[in-house]
Ligand binder design. Sequence first.
Ligand SMILES: NC(=O)c1ccc[n+]([C@@H]2O[C@H](COP(=O)([O-])OP(=O)(O)OC[C@H]3O[C@@H](n4cnc5c(N)ncnc54)[C@H](O)[C@@H]3O)[C@@H](O)[C@H]2O)c1
Length: 309
Amino acid sequence: MRFLVTGAGGLIGANLALSLESRGHEVHALDHFDVGRRENLADFRGVIHTGDIRNFQYDGLGRLDGIFHQAAITDTTVMDEELMMSVNVGAFIKILEFAQRTGCPKVVYASSAATYGKGAPPNQEDQPPRPANIYGVSKAEMEKAARAFTSAHPGVRAVGLRYFNVYGPLEFHKKAAASMVYQLYRQMADGKNPRIFKWGDQYRDFIYVKDVVEANWKAFEFPGGGVFNVGTGKGTSFNQVIAILNKALGTQRGTDYFDNPYGFYQDATRADTVQGENVLGWKVNYFPETGIPDYVAWLRSKEKTPISR
Ligand SMILES: NC(=O)c1ccc[n+]([C@@H]2O[C@H](COP(=O)([O-])OP(=O)(O)OC[C@H]3O[C@@H](n4cnc5c(N)ncnc54)[C@H](O)[C@@H]3O)[C@@H](O)[C@H]2O)c1
């Protein structure tokens, strides 16, 4: 089959493009590579298109069997609302229109747990959106746009995936926006005590990128449309992440706690996974206890410097 992956230089897009290719499909990768990296696609043999999702000439791709739309402004601290909306929402509508024009039946797109924002966990798909930042608003707007578009054009089915906290290989380029798992790993591998807000009992639903890739595939295979959570269904505290990392690295680092400077801080995220399991048939394979060690093994294979003791 023929697929387009947008944001293919990024964490999720690169893992997805590589996985689709390994399943024998023709994959077109699109990214402007301002954030994501070409190095993430070093092993990719498909077609790489360098361009901006806002003005890319999609029709040149011809008819596709599916589009996996991952490109977005992913930095949640960006305050430029106009820019956020034009990249995250405006370009998405162009992609839906392209799908409709060329007979592409399926668009799987990245939404986010940020749509829940201040909503209490466990977060269920039918919970009203309560985004706490512009980024979260843009993702809720994407979902609205998808609903409106697909009800006007039922030939296109769209599945939105509300990813929770994704971690895994190929996220070096994200720097300060990289996963908490990577940030803590980095400090610990470099010989420092990990630094977290007091008292480390805030928790997140950490989901491994390999599971995210699988969820995208299930969403493609699913004949309908809708919005689904992509999380483990389990909250893992920052203290627990540090304990798992200590075990995986063979270290015994203590933890440095400091005051949280933020007025609003999401203390907890956790997905309800019932819809994903029952409707998409997607089930998580890696809880942090196995996903983090798998990721650490990958990181260690890439880094030459020994762990500072
Ligand atoms: N990583 C997470 O924890 C997480 C959680 C929820 C949702 N998401 C969503 O998943 C998707 C992928 O996230 P990621 O973690 O891989 O982020 P990422 O930043 O690694 O990847 C996004 C990619 O999109 C590209 N991009 C951005 N704007 C573009 C534009 N105008 N034209 C072309 N390319 C552009 C970037 O260069 C980057 O390679 C995003 O839509 C993000 O909002 C991610």
